[in-house]
Each structure stands twice: as structure tokens, then as C-alpha cells.
Write a protein that binds this ligand. Structure first.
Ligand SMILES: NC(=O)c1ccc[n+]([C@@H]2O[C@H](COP(=O)([O-])OP(=O)(O)OC[C@H]3O[C@@H](n4cnc5c(N)ncnc54)[C@H](O)[C@@H]3O)[C@@H](O)[C@H]2O)c1
Ligand SMILES: [Zn+2]
Length: 361
């Protein structure tokens, strides 16, 4: 087991990463108060709820649960309210812990509930998807969707601890695992060429679900995100680099309708477009772009997207939050392992990069 600390002063917290982690020894000390509300969903509950619930009960906690339906479409105010209903019906007081047991949807909803119930109670994350282990459980962003925009309502809420157990990834559908690998590859591309080389050597093991390798990949990914978050918690600067591939990816997700493609899949193609544009600018070589494409392919991620009219693609990109005072800024690669945020690129070249990855015919 490895432990990584997110350095946020007096809100510093550990991320435990490993396989078959010991709940009683490692996690229980971070469960504050007597009352524990485990928030999970109908898919994860039958797999892992009892394991955690029993461990908390054994040390004398009062454990209740709130089991939400499974899906991004329930990440809204109506279903968030079910968490508040459960907390209030069970007479939870301010000195309680909300535990998120599930993927990013559950983490975001439970985190927001913990941030706002009685103006804030204790929060612990048990991320059960690769994406939530390497991304959503680190950094403290929580929230829900509004019918007019994704993740538009939320709060920053740092947990007491994060507990990332690789053995729980066994039950994850392979497509979800690959979508998580897309974010893992993102960290390598934006900030760590050694990690990229490591991924090239071990990507097949990761796809196969090798727990030791997954733990290493999660550790290195979280270390990256934790470092960036510690420097720039509220996304005033450096944290924006974490959006490599995301402005392009969001256009694909929006056009296809959220749900058709997984987020990580759209980001994979988006990262390729960013690499392609970086190549046209002269920062990356053709060989570098092929390296990125090959790695994504080996991670069982898509590398082409169904044809979307360019004007529409651009209009979705313009809605992205990285547009500052009307100017589109993109995260591009100065070299493999070094990302920059820039508005200084030729629009024609950007359009070309978008068109280069359309499925032909
Ligand atoms: N807060 C942040 O910083 C941040 C960052 C990235 C993404 N997000 C959010 O995270 C969400 C996406 O997260 P996700 O990719 O984890 O999706 P998800 O939570 O929908 O999980 C994907 C699917 O896997 C299932 N599942 C979860 N764990 C499982 C397991 N161990 N075995 C079998 N099935 C399992 C889920 O029930 C779901 O069907 C989005 O809502 C996104 O906005 C937040
Ligand atoms: Zn992402």
C-alpha cells in the first residue's frame, strides 16, 4: 500500500492506494463522529456496501445508507435531495461523516451533500472506478448538473481521506477501465515523459487489470493532480492544464449527447487533436503524434470520431469554460510531457486538427 498526501495546509489529507486495503486499520481513523451515511448506487451497493458498512459498525458507528439510481442523469438537484432526506430522516447531526462509495457521479453528489448539509460535515471518498480514483476524488471539486449545464452547481469540499482499492476495479466494465486510462495517459502527456515511457511499457497489463500496475498508475496520476491542486486549488492558473484534450472532447460529448461516448473516450480523441495541432505548430514531431495515437489505441480507446460538421464542433468548443473574454485558449504540448495553455495558435490549423480525426466516409 502507498499513501500520498494532498498538501492543503490544515486540510491536508491522505490518499491510500493499494489492493485489498485494510478498512479497519487505514480508513476507520478518518471516520469522524458516531453517525456514518454511506452514499452509493444500485450497481455498487450489492458489490461493496456490506464490506464497508460492517467494518464501520464493528467499531461502534451508527451506519445508514442512501442508495441512488445509477447514472449521470441522476446527478441533479432532485436526487441530491434524497441524500439530504436520508440525513434528516435519520437525525444526522453536524458531527457526522458522509462516505462516497462509487464512481465520480456518487463522489460529486455525496461531496456536495457533505459540503452543504448543515454547512459542512466530514467527508470520505471510496472511489470505485479508475476515473474517480485518478481524477474526481482528488482536488475537492464536487457538484451536480443543471438542465442548462454540466457541473454548474457545486462547491469545493476536501475529504478527510481517500481510499482507492484496486481490487474493486475487477468488477468494472472494460470500457470504463479504458476511459479511466485516458485520464491516466493525460497526466503523462501533460507533465511527465518518464511516466509516458512507463505507460508504454505496461499499458497491456493495465488493460488486463493488473492490480499492482494499476496501483502504480493511480499513485503517479494522483501525485500529479495533487501537486497541481496544492499549487492552484481554485483553478486560477496551472490547474487548467488538467484539461488537456477536454475542450475538443467536450465538443464530441455535447454533439453526441452525453452518455453515448464515455468522457474518457472523448478526451482520448481530444488529446490527439491537441497533439496534432501542437505538431502543426512545430512543437511535436509526427513521430510524437503517432506515439500518442498508438498508446491510446493500445488502451482500447477510440482515436477517431463520427463526422460532426465543423461549424457545430466549433460552436460546442466556444461554449467551453476555457473561453476567456471571447478568446479560445487551448492546452497544447510543447513536447511530450510538457503542456502549456495558449491562445496563440492559427485557427486554420486548429480546424485541420479537428478534421484530421473524423471517421472518413
Ligand atoms: N469532481 C471532479 O473533479 C471530477 C473530475 C472528473 C470527473 N468528474 C465527474 O465524475 C463523473 C464520472 O465518473 P465515473 O467515470 O466514475 O462514472 P460513474 O460514477 O458513472 O461510474 C461509471 C459506471 O461504473 C459503475 N461502477 C462504479 N464502480 C464500479 C465497480 N467497482 N464495479 C462495477 N461497476 C462500477 C457505476 O455504477 C457506473 O455505472 C462525471 O459526473 C464527472 O462530471 C468529477
Ligand atoms: Zn476529464
Amino acid at each position: 500500500m502507498q499513501t500520498l498526501y494532498v498538501e492543503l495546509g490544515d486540510r491536508r489529507y491522505p490518499i491510500f492506494i493499494g489492493s485489498q486495503l485494510n478498512v479497519t486499520e487505514q480508513l476507520v481513523p478518518y471516520i469522524k463522529g458516531k453517525q456514518v451515511m454511506i452514499v452509493t448506487n444500485t450497481t455498487v451497493a450489492p458489490l461493496y456496501l456490506e464490506h464497508y458498512s460492517n467494518a464501520f459498525k464493528r467499531i461502534g458507528k451508527t451506519v445508514k445508507q442512501c442508495i441512488l439510481p445509477d447514472g449521470e442523469k441522476y446527478k441533479n438537484i432532485e436526487y441530491l435531495n434524497l441524500i439530504f432526506d436520508a440525513l434528516l430522516q435519520e437525525n444526522f447531526n453536524r458531527d457526522c461523516t458522509v462516505v462516497a462509495l462509487g464512481g465520480g457521479v456518487i463522489g460529486d453528489m455525496a461531496g456536495f451533500a457533505a459540503a452543504s448539509f448543515q454547512r459542512g460535515v466530514y467527508f470520505v471518498q471510496i472511489p470505485t472506478t479508475l476515473l474517480s480514483q485518478v481524477d474526481s476524488s482528488v482536488g475537492g471539486k464536487t457538484g451536480i448538473n443543471h438542465s442548462l449545464g454540466k457541473n454548474m452547481i457545486g462547491a469545493f469540499k476536501q475529504p478527510q481521506a481517500v481510499f482507492a482499492d484496486m481490487s474493486q476495479l475487477k468488477s468494472l466494465p472494460p470500457r470504463e477501465l479504458s476511459a479511466g486510462l485516458s485520464e491516466v495517459i493525460k497526466y503523462a502527456l501533460l507533465g511527465d515523459v518518464d511516466f509516458l515511457i512507463w505507460l508504454e511499457a505496461h499499458i497491456d497489463d493495465l488493460v488486463q487489470g493488473d492490480e499492482q500496475k494499476l496501483a502504480e498508475a493511480v499513485y503517479r496520476s494522483c501525485a500529479h493532480k495533487a501537486k497541481i491542486v496544492a499549487n492552484d486549488e481554485k483553478e486560477k492558473g496551472e490547474r487548467a492544464l488538467l484539461n488537456l484534450g477536454h475542450t475538443f472532447g467536450h465538443a464530441i460529448e455535447s454533439y453526441l449527447g452525453y452518455g453515448e461516448w464515455l468522457h474518457g473516450e472523448a478526451v482520448a480523441v481530444g488529446m490527439l487533436m491537441a497533439a496534432d495541432l501542437s505538431c502543426q505548430i512545430g512543437w511535436l514531431s509526427q513521430q510524437d503524434v503517432i506515439r500518442v495515437e498508438t498508446l491510446l489505441k493500445r488502451a482500447k480507446l477510440p482515436i477517431r470520431y463520427p463526422s460532426i460538421p465543423l461549424e457545430q464542433f466549433l460552436s460546442y468548443m466556444a461554449h467551453d469554460k476555457k473561453v476567456l473574454e471571447g478568446q479560445l485558449r487551448l492546452i497544447l504540448l510543447k513536447s511530450l510531457g510538457q503542456a502549456v495553455i495558449t491562445a496563440d495558435f492559427d485557427t486554420e490549423k486548429m480546424n485541420q486538427a479537428i478534421l484530421n480525426y473524423q471517421i472518413q466516409g
